[in-house]
Design a binder for this molecule. Structure first.
Ligand SMILES: Nc1ncnc2c1ncn2[C@@H]1O[C@H](COP(=O)(O)OP(=O)(O)OP(=O)(O)O)[C@@H](O)[C@H]1O
Ligand SMILES: [Mg+2]
Length: 303
């Protein structure tokens, strides 16, 4: 049975179709990426999964439990780290986590609470009031809150937005451990290198529709070849090279350009063109195409 079954979910906010019939089936143990530009409908879908928002049509089940009809059973199997920071400022970190445990009917949960705090580097703040925490620390508490009842399905809505390198590493270490232990992870992020490194499968959402759904490796294979990344000190990119630019916004910003090259031999004529145009190269390297390139290509194709 699927860990998360999403069938034809539609959601409309007045004239705006936020979700236009989304279907996804996520198996137990997957590390699944839900990607898409701002406003694609990711958070709307997650709030429907969490039972915080009602779909206009379609349905969602967590390990077979419908999120509306079997709300309590479904909710018990789900941990959600919300995108927005919401918390009660008057409680300490430990009290917040104890209350969350109580909400799931868990008494004597302190051992796991301590372990979660330890793993998220929160132990030193256990007795600090929520209002006295920094933004990144508050986000750690949101993650901890989602995990207090050891849910088999964990959904993280941009957990690393505005978070420092250390927390990212701590967080991913803990989440990948939980994934190895069998927990299903659904991750939303705008950091595509994170998704590329962590997710076995990815869905891309645009304007409320799934526009790509594949394994991460299959998505990466859609783009072949390498890229020549150039930073020019002087002179813009010669006209003849502009069609090779893979990130169109680079033409607007100027200076740094990512050019598609299928074979290494193609680098030489590019350099010749630059030399003839009198461009001065400040920095240059070759790199493999990555998930960001795939994402841009798919989103461009869906205009
Ligand atoms: N409560 C609401 N009332 C009206 N419109 C809404 C509401 N919530 C979301 N929307 C709209 O629905 C669309 C999808 O929003 P959603 O928050 O799901 O996007 P998202 O993919 O999570 O984007 P982001 O990457 O910015 O978090 C947007 O156009 C948004 O403005
Ligand atoms: Mg969102």
């Amino acid at each position: 049975m699927a860990a998360l079954q999403i069938v034809n979910v539609e959601k409309r906010y007045k004239a705006l179709q936020a979700l236009g019939g989304v279907s996804l089936s996520i198996e137990p143990g997957e590390f699944f990426g839900l990607l898409g530009p701002n406003g694609a409908g990711k958070t709307t879908l997650i709030s429907i999964i969490a039972g915080l928002n009602r779909a206009d049509a379609g349905h969602v089940a967590i390990h077979g439990y419908d999120v509306v009809r079997d709300y309590r059973e479904a909710r018990r199997r789900l941990g959600v780290v919300p995108q927005e920071l919401v918390f009660d400022p008057f409680f300490t970190v430990r009290e917040t986590l104890r209350m969350q445990s109580g909400y799931f009917g868990l008494k004597n949960n302190d051992k796991w609470i301590d372990e979660v705090m330890e793993n998220l580097d929160l132990a030193g703040k256990a007795d600090t009031n929520m209002r006295a925490l920094s933004g990144g620390m508050k986000r750690r508490v949101l993650v901890a809150q989602a995990l207090v009842h050891k849910p088999p399905v964990i959904v993280l809505d941009e957990p690393t937005a505005g978070v420092d390198v250390e927390l990212r590493q701590t967080l991913w270490k803990f989440i990948t451990r939980l994934n190895r232990e069998g927990h299903t992870i659904v991750l939303t992020t705008h950091y595509l290198e994170e998704a590329q490194a962590l997710c076995n499968r990815i869905a891309m959402l645009k304007a409320g529709r799934v526009v790509a759904l594949d394994s991460t490796s299959a998505l990466l294979k859609r783009i072949s070849g390498s890229q020549l990344v150039l930073r020019l000190a002087k002179g813009g990119l010669p006209e003849a090279l502009k069609p090779l630019v893979s990130h169109p916004d680079e033409l607007v910003a100027g200076r740094k350009y990512t050019l598609r090259v299928n074979e290494y031999i193609e680098v030489e004529p590019i350099l010749a063109t630059l030399r003839e145009a009198g461009a001065v190269i400040e920095d240059m390297h070759l790199q493999q195409a990555d998930l960001e390139d795939v994402f841009i290509q798919i989103m461009e194709g869906e205009k």
